[in-house]
Design a protein around this ligand. Structure first.
Ligand code: DSN
Length: 419
């Protein structure tokens, strides 16, 4: 049994993995938080490193046999420090939510106040939203965007900070199409004596590639997942400049919240950080933004209502209300046409989160396939055709035709990592 391949041991799961691989190959993946990792990253995740427990940090573990793991984790940490220009990095958080929880544990006590962006405005559950532990166990106050501009209202952020004196302020989120003004957040945080946490999960690859300003030098702590624009495995990192912040974060991750790190993930993070340090990653990051802007321009020209009117980064958020359809039926129809998006709330959304007004679209995955602005314009045209047809209630023929055309396109742009 031990030497047998997945196919012979468990053909059911092997078959489903193959089906998912085919689905990913044949789909225009526009989920803003997803990507295609390289073969090298995939290889590192599927290794014997999964067999090893390593509670602690390199040089100070609670189990023997760390001769190799210590080297791997040290390399990952050094690569993170060098890529982002920080003094300290912790590569052990299991994913973005545990990483953010570690920030609370490091700097707050239950009941203390956190100021974060409200989830419906583009924040994240862990920035203090009510259904999250961070909203239940801490006193959370939320900022949003200006109704007229769809952009973060820094006057509101400052006024809320002065009124509520938060111990922690989060900037960053999951559906923010515009540049995060890290210096402005830092000024507010300094004024009220709060720790500023920049959650760059969505934009980490853009920051690493120079396509978005860096929070380094402004934020006290930085959290990120490693699998979005950064194009690594499912995982996360915490970074800091000062020794004091780094020590608090390290203690919060282990032993505060987690047991042994996932060493196979650590190795794959190291590989992804190596890839992100190569010159072609800069070109990738720049192209992600160019593609998002071309797609945004095409969609706006076709009458779509873009939150904030466009994008500075990898994502587009659209309110479909003027098109006479909700986000959910639109996303489901697009998926059937081979265009994978997610339905999403938009700022001031009158509808419920499970049936919201908008969809979110991102370009990290299609850019990893080598698609450029011409393909984005074609994708924009398909989105328009499908959404318009579904809103009219007569979409079957259009969905069928667009799906065939999507297959022709995806066949020309093989996705990294897939066989
Ligand atoms: N699930 C991630 C996203 O899609 O943005 C956030 O955690």
């Amino acid at each position: 049994m031990a030497g047998n391949s997945l196919n012979s041991v468990d053909p059911e799961i092997a078959g489903l993995i193959t089906a998912e691989e085919r689905r990913q190959a044949d789909t225009v993946k526009l989920i803003a938080s997803e990507n295609y990792v390289s073969k090298a990253v995939l290889e590192a995740t599927g290794t014997v490193l999964t067999n090893k427990y390593s509670e602690g940090y390199a040089g100070k573990r609670y189990y023997e046999g760390q001769q190799v793991i210590d080297q791997i984790e040290t390399i990952a940490v050094e690569r993170a420090k060098s890529l982002f220009g920080v003094n300290h990095a912790n590569v052990q958080p299991y994913s973005g939510s545990p990483a953010n929880l570690a920030i609370y544990l490091a700097f707050l006590n239950p009941g203390d106040t956190v100021l974060g962006m409200g989830l419906p405005f583009g924040g994240h559950l862990t920035h203090g939203w009510s259904v999250s532990a961070t909203g239940k166990w801490f006193n959370s106050v939320r900022y949003g965007v200006r109704k007229e501009t769809g952009r973060i209202d820094m006057d509101e952020v400052r006024a809320l900070a002065l009124e509520h004196r938060p111990k922690l302020i989060f900037c960053g989120g999951t559906a923010i199409p515009r540049t995060i003004d890290f210096p402005a957040f830092a000024e507010v945080a300094r004024e009220v004596g709060a720790v500023l946490a920049a959650d760059i999960a969505h934009i980490a690859g853009l920051v690493a590639g120079g396509a978005h300003p860096s929070p380094v030098g402004h934020a006290d702590v930085i959290s990120t997942t490693t699998h979005k624009t950064l194009r690594g495995p499912r995982g996360a990192m915490l970074m800091a400049t000062s020794d004091e912040h780094a020590t608090a974060l390290n203690k919060a991750v282990f032993p505060g919240l987690q047991g042994g790190p996932h060493n196979h993930t650590t190795a794959a993070i190291a590989v992804a950080l190596h890839e992100a340090a190569q010159p072609d990653f800069k070109a990738y990051a720049a192209q992600v933004v160019k593609n998002a802007q071309a797609l945004a321009d095409e969609l706006a020209g076709r009458g779509f209502d873009l939150v904030s009117g466009g994008t500075d980064n990898h994502l587009i958020l659209m309110d479909l209300t003027p098109k006479g359809i909700g986000g959910k039926p639109a996303a489901k129809a697009l998926d059937r046409a081979g265009l994978e998006t997610n339905y999403n709330t938009v700022p001031f959304d009158p509808r419920k989160p499970f049936d919201p007004s908008g969809i979110r679209i991102g370009t990290p995955s299609v850019t990893s396939r080598g698609m450029g602005e011409a393909e984005m314009r074609q994708i924009g045209a398909w989105i328009d055709e499908v959404v318009t047809a579904v809103a009219k209630g007569d979409a079957e023929d259009v969905i069928g035709r667009v799906h065939r055309e999507v297959s022709d396109l995806t066949a020309q742009f093989p996705a990294p990592g897939l066989s």
